[in-house]
Design a protein around this ligand. Structure first.
Ligand code: ATP
Length: 202
């Protein structure tokens, strides 16, 4: 019997927003996934150039954002593991626990283009299909992708979705000004940010 089709959505989620929710929702539908695992990074080494909110807060916000959604699950794998959060280790661990799972790593185009800088990209694309949201950008042709990582072109599926012009960077800036985050993140997440005074400068 074929294993379950599992989506893996890794991110810093600092904070989680509607772009992430749309990515998960479209992947779930278009790829007929059984579940999407939300995996906040413990130590987001690709974002070492800026201060990142403590993992407990980022995970708590994801928990609030996905609450009540039966097909979503929060995974603390990367937070509980020490050292830099490498996706390859997360995927390998998921397959070790359940070898016949079919894994789909959900990404935006910005993250896909950063793949050559990730740990063991060649092995990563053996372990998972990459399901990518163009995020308003163009869709690189398979041969362009192969130049990033050999074989990548054949391991990417594109998700059809509207461009959701929201980023965590924008949310942090708005929150720093005390501005309204409504329509960009669920109300429960906005309330959490206010309650814990995240991203405030004062
Ligand atoms: P930041 O602005 O801090 O760099 P971000 O908004 O890109 O953060 P991440 O937590 O780094 O959020 O993103 C996790 C994953 O979600 C990445 O693969 C990213 O490309 C994807 N993603 C983020 N925002 C969107 C969006 N608006 N639409 C589709 N995918 C998105």
């Amino acid at each position: 019997m074929a294993g379950i089709r599992l989506g893996v959505l890794g991110g810093t989620f600092d904070p989680v927003h509607i772009g992430h929710l749309a990515l998960a929702e479209q992947a779930l539908e278009q790829l007929e996934l059984e579940r999407v695992l939300w995996v906040p990074s413990g130590d987001p080494w690709r974002k070492a150039d800026r201060a990142v909110t403590p993992a407990e807060h980022r995970a708590a916000m994801v928990r609030l954002a996905i609450e009540g959604h039966a097909s979503y699950e929060l995974s603390l794998l990367e937070i509980e593991r020490s050292g830099p959060s490498y996706s390859i280790e997360t995927l390998a661990e998921l397959l070790r626990v359940e070898p016949d799972r079919e894994l789909f790593l959900l990404l935006g185009l910005d993250a896909l283009e950063d793949l050559p800088n990730w740990r063991e990209p060649a092995r990563l694309i053996e372990l998972a299909t990459l399901a990518v949201a163009a995020r308003g950008g163009r869709q690189p042709a398979p041969d362009e992708l192969d130049r990033l990582v050999p074989g990548l072109g054949g391991r990417v599926v594109w998700l059809e979705m509207p461009h959701i012009d929201v980023s965590a960077t924008e949310l942090r800036r708005l929150a720093a000004e005390g501005a309204d985050l409504r329509d960009r993140t669920p109300a429960s997440v906005e309330a959490y940010i206010r309650e814990h005074r995240l991203y405030r400068r004062d």
